[in-house]
Design a protein around this ligand. Structure first.
Ligand SMILES: NC(=O)C1=CN([C@@H]2O[C@H](COP(=O)(O)OP(=O)(O)OC[C@H]3O[C@@H](n4cnc5c(N)ncnc54)[C@H](O)[C@@H]3O)[C@@H](O)[C@H]2O)C=CC1
Ligand SMILES: O=C(O)C(=O)COP(=O)(O)O
Length: 525
């Protein structure tokens, strides 16, 4: 039974769902990094929010880990490249808390405009300072939305409802989408120059880190108010402090901080600053949503292989997962076979899907072909990192699909291009589930892949089988199955032999020296 650790505070619905789906679950929150490292080796899945840091170190200790599930959106606390290279799928719940977080940003904007937290504290202290608090109206003010994705666009929609004018900076926002949303798409400098309020909604990446700094603040209007419900690292806190002290920035409302938990921060204690402890996603509704979604997604992956909302792997629906399973074995075998007979540098791989298989989501199958292909070169390759590694090595990857079947009802063909030539391998499923090789280059064959195999290209001449049988027999190698194929009598031929034990280099050399043998290769699967 797969076992999952929940290491941040999640709604109890998550535990219920894991158990209902046949996944064992432990809840251990507030673990120190070394404590997490000490126990992570026991688990197949790790469910987190923003507090747990899934570092390279933690992943190195996670020998069984298959999936990290983020009950929420931001995954900057997960080392995704390290997870990818270890074959760990990282998933999040991209929509479950977006409305709630957008509402928090709007609440922060009102709180800033009317100084509600300070007015509350003063009133409850019995001061009745009616003349101290003079707010600003939101109507007709310009709201600058930096990052107009899921949350940014909900914020924009709410702000338009408040009769604000909304300008948005987001390099990936199309003009059509901007028009649909009713926002004006602008460049960052224009947003900075025009906005009365600026609200941040980008992920924290190398491209967005320190986006709000002394230089960008200098381009803003005097009296601007800044809201950050995205990630602390988007703002250089010291620069914001200086701009608040000088009076250039009138106020800042911050839900997130460069270092969290933020128990001590340069911006604390300033009159114009409003803080909440990373509460953007903290509503009953959002927490139910994300806990339920993450538990369902992780359990589906661990139990049936379905992949939804993964950040480092192609999706596989729960409906497709059982249909794909027999093809997964075939795809890996074809890739592995191709990898083992390919001796020079790989330039490109084309995977052709024909018949039934072409109706499925074939991206995971292509990932498995690549995994099989690259494994003879790299031990650490897996289904998750194979496409990344192939791209890093400039291997061109192509997929083609033909839904109409040819001789077989379903077929996968892998064509591998090297500097010197192209080779193809074709396979099908017998009885809907048994992988079979049905073609090696232009030679038809019908063979099952087994642990140890001998692949021979030979001239189609009498005597070959006898010589080969004697050589294997003399070496004490037992033949399990023997398959032959040829293009036409007397022409190109291949032999594919399953043997019960690995073939030594010495035996291989003897086979290569036999008359009629063009090339021989020992394969293992
Ligand atoms: N305070 C909290 O509790 C919460 C914070 N968040 C944060 O909010 C972030 C945004 O969430 P979503 O809107 O769901 O993500 P999203 O992926 O839907 O939108 C992010 C947008 O930022 C844009 N973007 C990327 N780089 C940019 C750049 N350099 N300049 C301008 N725009 C850029 C993207 O094109 C995208 O449209 C999350 O990554 C997370 O860090 C999310 C949920 C709760
Ligand atoms: O979903 C996100 O990105 C958030 O920042 C929410 O964080 P949390 O789950 O409340 O720790």
């Amino acid at each position: 039974m797969p076992k999952v650790l929940i290491s941040d505070s999640l709604s109890p619905r998550a535990v219920e769902i894991f158990r209902e789906r046949g996944v064992e679950v432990d809840v251990k929150t507030g673990l120190k990094p070394e404590d997490l490292k000490a126990i992570i080796g026991e688990y197949d899945g790790l469910a987190i929010r923003s507090a747990t840091k899934v570092t390279k170190d933690v992943l190195a200790a996670a020998s069984r880990l298959k999936v990290v599930g983020r009950a929420g959106i931001g995954v900057d606390n997960v080392d995704i490249p390290a997870a990818t290279s270890r074959g760990v799928v990282v998933m999040n719940t991209p929509f479950g808390n977006s409305i709630t977080t957008a509402e928090h940003a709007i609440a922060m904007m009102f709180a800033l405009a009317r100084e509600i937290p300070a007015a509350n504290a003063s009133t409850q202290a019995g001061k009745w300072e009616k003349n101290r608090f003079m707010g600003v109206e939101l109507t007709a003010k310009v709201l600058g939305v930096v990052g107009c994705g899921n949350i940014g666009s909900i914020v924009a929609d709410r702000a338009l409802g408040l009769k604000m004018r909304v300008v948005a900076y987001d390099p990936f926002l199309s003009h059509e989408r901007a028009v649909d949303l009713g926002v004006e798409k602008v460049e960052l400098d224009e947003l900075l120059a025009r906005a009365d309020f600026i609200t941040l909604h980008t992920p924290l990446t190398d491209g967005t880190r320190n986006l709000i700094n002394a230089e960008s603040l200098a381009k803003t209007r005097k009296g601007v108010r800044i809201i950050n419900c995205a990630r602390g690292g988007l703002i250089v806190e010291e620069d914001l402090k200086a701009a608040l002290e000088s009076g250039h920035v009138a106020g800042a409302a911050l839900d997130v901080f460069a270092s969290e938990p933020a128990k001590d921060n340069a911006l604390f204690g300033m009159d114009q600053v409003i803080c909440t402890p990373h509460l953007g996603a903290s509503t009953t509704e959002a927490q139910e949503n994300v806990a339920l979604q993450v538990a369902e997604q992780m359990a589906d992956y661990l139990v049936s292989g379905a992949v939804v909302n993964a950040l480092n792997m192609a999706s596989v629906s729960a409906e497709d997962a059982p249909k794909l399973r027999p093809y997964m074995a075939l795809a890996e075998q074809l890739g592995s076979f191709a990898g083992q007979i390919t001796e020079s540098g790989l330039k490109g791989v084309t995977v052709e899907y024909e018949g039934h298989v072409a109706e499925l989501n074939t991206r995971p199958l292509t990932a498995l072909v690549l995994m099989g292909l690259l494994r003879p070169l790299l031990n650490s390759v897996n289904m998750v990192n194979a496409p990344v590694i192939a791209r890093e090595r400039d291997i061109e990857i192509a997929e083609t699909k033909r839904e109409r079947a040819s001789d077989y009802q379903t077929l996968i063909r892998v064509i591998v291009e090297t500097e010197h030539r192209a080779r193809s391998l074709t396979g099908t499923l017998f009885g809907g589930e048994k992988p079979r090789l049905v073609g090696i280059e232009d030679v038809p064959i019908e063979a099952e892949v087994s642990s140890h195999m001998l692949f021979i290209r030979n001239e189609d001449k009498p005597g070959f089988i006898g010589h080969l049988g004697t050589t294997l027999g003399d070496a004490g190698v037992n033949v399990a199955t023997f398959h032959l194929g040829r293009t036409a009598p007397g022409e190109n031929a291949i032999a594919l032999v399953s043997v019960d034990q690995p073939i030594s280099d010495e035996v291989l050399r003897k086979i290569e020296a036999l008359p009629s043998v063009v090339r021989a290769k020992a394969l293992s699967f």
